[in-house]
Design a protein. Structure first.
Length: 310
C-alpha cells in the first residue's frame, strides 16, 4: 500500500503498542570483520551491547578482571558501565555482529540474562538465533524506517532465547535457510562483481531457468536478480569507499562499472548521496582496522554501521 494511502490511526496504534509493551530501543548495530592482530581498547558504554562471534578463534574478551577466550561461536552481553576490551585473533580476521540498545522503560529484571550478575559469554553454534540477528541487520539496511517497529520486537525475542540458552533450556528449533540455488547465485554475484553479470548466466550456473531464478529471488529476497546485483555492487563500493583510499573511478571498475559517470548516477540513486559525499560523511579512521569480507548468505553489507535511536 502506498504511504499516502495508509491509515494514520493504524500507524498511531503501532506506536502506542510499542510503548505499551516497553520494547528495547535499538541505537546502533553492524556486522564488522576486524583484521588479524587488532584490538578494541578498554572502554565502558552507557547502553547494552549484544554481540555474536560466529567462529571460535584466538580472540580474548576481558570484562572486569576476567579474561575469556572466545574459542567457540558465542554471544556476548555487555552491560552499561562494565569495563571491557577485546584482543582479536592474532592470525585470522575476526567477524562479529553487534547491536547496541537502550532498555528505557523495559525492566531488566524481566530478562535476568541482562542483570549485572548475568553471564557475559554464552556459547551458541546453531543457526536460528543468528538468523534472527541477521534479520534485524537486514531490516536496518533495507527498511530502516521500520527498524524500531520490527527490529525491537525481534531483539526482544532474541534476548529471550539467549536467556533460555543461559539457563540451558532447549531451543525451539531452527529456521530454514535460503534455497541452495539462491545461496549459490548470491555467492556467484559476490565473487564476480567486477565482471559482466546476467540473469541468464546466473541461472545457468545454478541449474535453473532465468524465470525460476527471478521468482525465487523475489520470493526469498524481495528483489529481482538485477536489483540484487546492483545492491551488492553498491554495497561493495560503500565498503571500498570507507576503508580504502582508491579513487571513485578505481572503485567503479572494481565493482563492475566501466563508466564512472554511470556508476556515480547509480550510486546516488541507490544511496541518495554521491560517492564522494558518502565517503566524506561516513569515513572514520577506525575503518582502517577492517578487513574485506564477502558473505553471500547475508542480506546486508558487512563493515557498515546502521543507526537506530540516538
Amino acid at each position: 500500500m502506498p504511504d499516502n494511502m495508509r491509515d494514520d490511526s493504524f500507524e498511531d496504534g503501532k506506536t502506542s503498542i510499542r510503548s505499551a509493551i516497553h520494547l528495547p530501543s535499538i541505537r546502533l548495530l553492524g556486522d564488522f570483520v576486524m583484521k588479524a592482530g587488532t584490538a578494541l581498547g578498554e572502554r565502558d558504554i552507557p547502553d547494552y551491547e549484544l554481540l555474536y562471534f560466529p567462529e571460535g578463534n584466538g580472540t580474548i574478551y576481558r570484562v572486569g578482571e576476567r579474561e575469556i577466550a572466545l574459542s567457540q561461536p558465542s554471544f556476548i552481553i555487555t552491560r552499561p558501565g562494565e569495563l571491557h576490551r577485546y584482543r582479536y585473533d592474532p592470525l585470522h580476521s575476526t567477524r562479529h555482529l553487534f547491536i547496541h540498545f537502550w532498555l528505557l522503560a523495559f525492566p531488566a529484571s524481566s530478562l535476568p540474562v541482562l542483570l549485572p550478575n548475568g553471564p557475559s559469554v554464552i556459547p551458541y553454534e546453531g543457526e536460528f538465533l543468528v538468523a534472527m540477528m541477521k534479520q534485524i541487520m537486514a531490516i536496518a539496511h533495507m527498511n530502516p524506517d521500520r527498524l524500531q517497529e520490527r527490529g525491537s520486537l525481534l531483539l526482544l525475542a532474541l534476548l529471550s532465547e539467549i536467556h533460555s540458552l543461559s539457563v540451558e533450556e532447549p531451543l525451539a528449533g531452527e529456521t530454514k535457510r535460503l534455497p541452495p540455488q539462491v545461496l549459490q547465485a548470491l555467492d556467484a554475484i559476490d565473487m564476480s562483481l567486477a565482471f559482466p553479470l546476467t540473469v541468464e548466466g546466473l541461472a545457468k550456473q545454478v541449474g535453473w531457468t532465468p524465470e525460476h531464478l527471478s521468482r525465487s529471488f523475489a520470493r526469498h529476497l524481495g528483489l529481482s536478480p538485477k536489483e540484487t546485483i546492483v545492491r551488492r555492487r553498491i554495497d561493495r563500493a560503500c565498503q571500498l569507499l570507507l576503508y580504502g583510499h582508491k579513487s571513485i573511478k578505481e572503485i567503479a571498475y572494481e565493482v563492475g562499472y566501466t563508466d564512472e559517470n554511470y556508476f556515480c548516477r547509480v550510486f546516488k540513486t541507490t544511496k541518495a548521496v554521491t560517492a564522494t559525499e558518502y565517503r566524506a560523511k561516513h569515513y572514520n579512521p577506525r575503518y582502517g582496522d577492517l578487513a574485506p569480507f564477502i558473505d553471500g548468505d547475508s542480506l546486508y553489507p558487512a563493515n557498515q554501521l546502521f543507526y537506530g535511536d540516538q
